[in-house]
Design a protein around this ligand. Structure first.
Ligand SMILES: Cc1ncc(COP(=O)(O)O)c(C=O)c1O
Length: 382
């Protein structure tokens, strides 16, 4: 059997990884500033992560949600304590799309409505409801297309006010848009979403799948605005590569048997991985590190000639180039062996490194990018 084509592939076969580095099958070293779609949060092969998983594997790796799993409670408690959402309840699943799928479904169970407000350039995943709320017609099958989702421009307060009503089930927004090219909702806009959702009985869903888990320099990016969504979705960095995701649900939405369910979600090994990640984030103070290092990095990048704009918070950084984003990404990979991410805008590249990325790695990237940009600068005509 052949593999179904999904993504165009980078020409490399990774066989080993440690911290922010990956080695391919020819022994070539790569600097990983992308973490495989923002997944590697505490670095590859972190010793505490390996020990935690090995220990768990030797005890019990999996049993379904039909029995008591104390690791789930430990995870919910630790997550509540570290994120400041102690009062929320946690539903565990396996991927970002699945988390958003369940969040939207739960919102609809809660208020009995079916219209959703999402935003231009959004990405919420590829399952039915998540993809319907994703602003990319190319990845929606005819079955996914619906008039029940309306896409509004980001930060447009008038459009939001005009479209809110008692028909709206949920407003779903990324803490910081990732795939869309690092686009931030501003604090005023998030506060308005919170206010309007309260006023009309709609659910405010914050998709923190990419921007969450400390990446932005706060546990969640929406916390910069001081808002408190009804539902928060998490995945990616949560398991540092082990598939695990979650839906954090405010006490207003009461749980009831049978509404949500999953076979694999929250299994023993997945919980051990997620606990290991939180323990490392806490012990190594990685949220503060992401904030401090990220601010400095954004400032330094902004000073490089040949860059249109640098956006983002913490270690979720978008670099917008005039017209040569794709070529710069290729040069970084081919000539400097550095992995970074693209976005839906071909001129916006994303930096999504491990939260413990160091000065050495950052300097290496800055130097490589400066060299590429220098060769791009046209000679001055005298
Ligand atoms: C903000 C956001 N939500 C949801 C998803 C979907 O996550 P997954 O690929 O784990 O289904 C992604 C993936 O890129 C994402 O960036």
């Amino acid at each position: 059997m052949k593999l179904f084509n999904v993504y165009p592939l980078q020409n490399m076969v990774p066989v080993k990884a440690k911290g922010s580095y990956i080695w391919d099958n020819n022994g070539k070293e790569y600097l990983d500033l992308y973490g495989g779609h923002a997944v590697i949060s505490i670095g590859h092969s972190h010793p505490h992560y390996i020990t935690r998983l090995e220990e768990q594997l030797n005890k019990i790796a999996f049993y379904s949600n039909s029995v008591i799993n104390p690791l789930q409670e430990q995870l919910a408690n630790k997550l509540g304590e570290m994120s400041g959402y102690n009062d929320h309840e946690l539903f565990l699943c396996n991927s970002g799309a699945e988390a958003n799928e369940n969040a939207l479904k739960l919102a609809s169970f809660y208020n009995g409505r079916k219209k959703v407000i999402a935003f231009e350039k959004s990405f919420h995943g590829r399952t039915s409801l998540a993809v319907a709320a994703t602003h990319d017609a190319k990845i929606q099958a005819p079955l996914n297309q619906t008039h029940d989702v309306v896409f509004l421009p980001m930060n447009d307060v008038d459009a939001l006010r005009e479209n809110m009503s008692e028909e709206i089930c949920a407003v779903i927004i990324e803490g910081i848009q990732g795939v869309g090219g690092i686009v931030e909702p501003n604090a005023e806009f998030l506060k308005l979403i919170e206010e309007q959702c309260k006023k009309f009985g709609a659910c405010f869903i914050a998709d923190e799948v990419q921007s969450g888990y400390g990446r932005s320099g706060k546990f969640f990016a929406h916390q910069y605005a001081g808002v408190s969504p009804h539902i928060i979705t998490i995945a990616k960095g949560m398991g540092n590569g082990f598939p695990i995701a979650g839906v954090m649900i405010s006490p207003e939405i009461k749980s009831k048997y049978g509404l949500l369910g999953t076979t694999f979600g929250g299994n023993h090994l997945a919980c051990a991985a997620a606990l290991a990640v939180l323990e490392v984030i806490e012990k190594e103070d990685l949220i503060v590190h992401a904030k401090v290092v990220g601010e400095e990095w954004i400032k330094n990048l902004s000073e490089l000639p040949g860059i249109k704009e640098v956006r983002g918070k913490g270690l979720m950084i978008g670099i917008e180039f005039e017209d040569n984003g794709a070529m710069i990404k290729e040069k970084l990979f081919n000539e400097h062996h550095i992995l970074i991410g693209t976005s839906s805008d071909k001129n916006v590249l994303r930096l999504l490194p491990a939260l413990n990325v160091g000065e050495k790695e950052i300097s290496k990237f800055n130097l490589a990018l400066s060299q590429i940009l220098l060769t791009q600068t046209k000679p001055q005509l005298i």
